[in-house]
Design a protein around this ligand. Structure first.
Ligand SMILES: [Fe+2]
Length: 182
């Protein structure tokens, strides 16, 4: 079992790496592929936080309601940027501009969570509860893979996510929330 805070902080490190990868990418195809991977990871991460973790912060942490409201607001801002990036031609210089804005927004998100919300959550919650939440978040990770499974190159959720065209943000969210399944 994994502590939910450790899991989410691990996500943060992965996302930071993806921004660095994007900046180092030299071809349009690489940039587009990294942007897609980053969008999938960020939407999945935000949904996991909103579904599994923020309700607990809101309930148990002093001032938690305000913290959570602020974070959800920032998720909405980031999502707007990602929707603009979604399906954008990688040759378009605007993609790099939007990626820069997204990076600043996410760096701020990481600072706030790791600097305030997570330490407060850890104080207010038992190790046992953090591990239970970790299991929930890991379950969501399995629904939305950010990499094709090495043993199953045609892993259906991953391929469906990367179907051509816009709408990646919504496709990932629908997958995590189970919307559009019935
Ligand atoms: Fe986060």
């Amino acid at each position: 079992m994994s502590d939910v805070i450790e899991l989410l902080e691990h996500d943060h490190r992965e996302v930071e790496e993806m921004f660095a990868e994007f900046e180092a990418a030299t071809t349009a195809a690489d940039k587009r592929a990294i942007a897609d991977k980053l969008i999938i990871e960020l939407v999945r991460h935000s949904e996991a936080e909103e579904q599994a973790v923020y309700p607990v912060i809101s309930k148990k942490v002093d001032g938690g309601k305000d913290l959570v409201e602020h974070e959800i607001d920032e998720h909405t801002q980031a999502e707007k940027l990602m929707k603009q990036m979604d399906g954008m031609d990688a040759e378009d210089p605007q993609l790099g501009v939007l990626m820069g804005q997204l990076k600043s927004a996410i760096q701020e998100h990481i600072r706030e969570e790791e600097g305030e919300a997570f330490p407060k959550l850890r104080q207010a919650t038992s190790k046992d509860e953090l591990e239970k939440l970790g299991t929930v978040v890991q379950g969501l990770k399995k629904i939305v893979p950010t990499h094709p499974h090495p043993m199953a190159p045609d892993h259906p959720p991953f391929n469906a996510l990367l179907a051509p065209g816009a709408g990646l943000v919504d496709r990932v969210r629908d997958l995590v929330t189970g919307r559009g399944k019935d």
